[in-house]
Design a protein around this ligand. Sequence first.
Ligand code: TXA
Ligand code: MG
Length: 317
Amino acid sequence: MLAEIGKDISKARELLQRGLAVAIPTETVYGLAANALDPNAVLQIFEIKNRPQFDPLIVHGASRERLSNYVTAFPDWAVKLADALWPGPLTLVLPKAKSIPDLVTSGMDTVAIRVPNHPMTLDLLSQLDFPLAAPSANPFGYVSPTSAKHVMMQLGEKIPYILDGGECAVGVESTIVGEVEGRVIVLRLGGVSVEEVEALIGKVEVLTESLPNAVIPGSLTSHYAPRTPLVVGPIEFDKYKRSLIGALRFSVESEKLHPSQQVVLSRAGDLREAAKNLFAAMRQLDRQGAKVIFAEEFPEEGLGRAINDRLRRAATQ
Ligand code: TXA
Ligand code: MG
């Protein structure tokens, strides 16, 4: 059976209440959601995604007040960020309450929480008396979905319903912020820029690939990967036949390739627009039959940092 795609919030609600997993829209990427308080429901997420159980999930709620029930502390820095940025592409990692099953947090004593900024999903969440655990709705390791159609193509045979909320406005996953040994750290770059975080709570550290993976179990380097090999940096014309090259560009095409071999993320050179279009572009290039994709490096500022992060992860094989 293939999933149904629709805009019926009560249908999504009923399926979730029955303990099933449903794809839901958020402003970042589509999520594969299930009752976060029900281990059997959560288990389906791991099975459907083929996701290892050492990779914990984000718990989504309708408001800070509701999510406060699932953490044992809400420190000052977290209150400031939540007040300013929720609903929005920000996830906070805080000490977990007992009601959250260990399966959700992979046995860790912290839980990742966020209020997503999508009207349909906020409506859905406010109608439920449980929060939703939801990773991105893609098979583990592949590019995240930014439209209902993307979800359909990859998980359509495994889920009953995809709540269609249109194209995701932000297009990269949420920024994850947590506290490690008393220091506030950006654990994953995402839809809120480091500059925005720092404007609210002062200087923060950013977890980079050189730091150990232990702090954030899901930050495997090979992630978000298209099937076609992807290289970050200038196009190596001497190494490949031109017709075999695909190019992911920021604002202008390479003059040396045919326009059909390339995707430009933002003609205006706007990093937000580029982030929004990133994953769909990776999918498009993946389908075009190129033997290698060259992705330009983006400016290391604003959402450019999240874009470079995703490109580097996609490039590591
Ligand atoms: O934008 C998003 O965050 C999307 C939408 C659906 O909300 N979700 C998403 O989920 O990106 P997922 O599962 O693809 O990524 C969640 C990340 C994982 O890398 C995981 O390791 C990390 O959050 N995470 C979850 N709980 C954590 C915790 N307690 N401590 C540290 N990292 C945690
Ligand atoms: Mg993911």
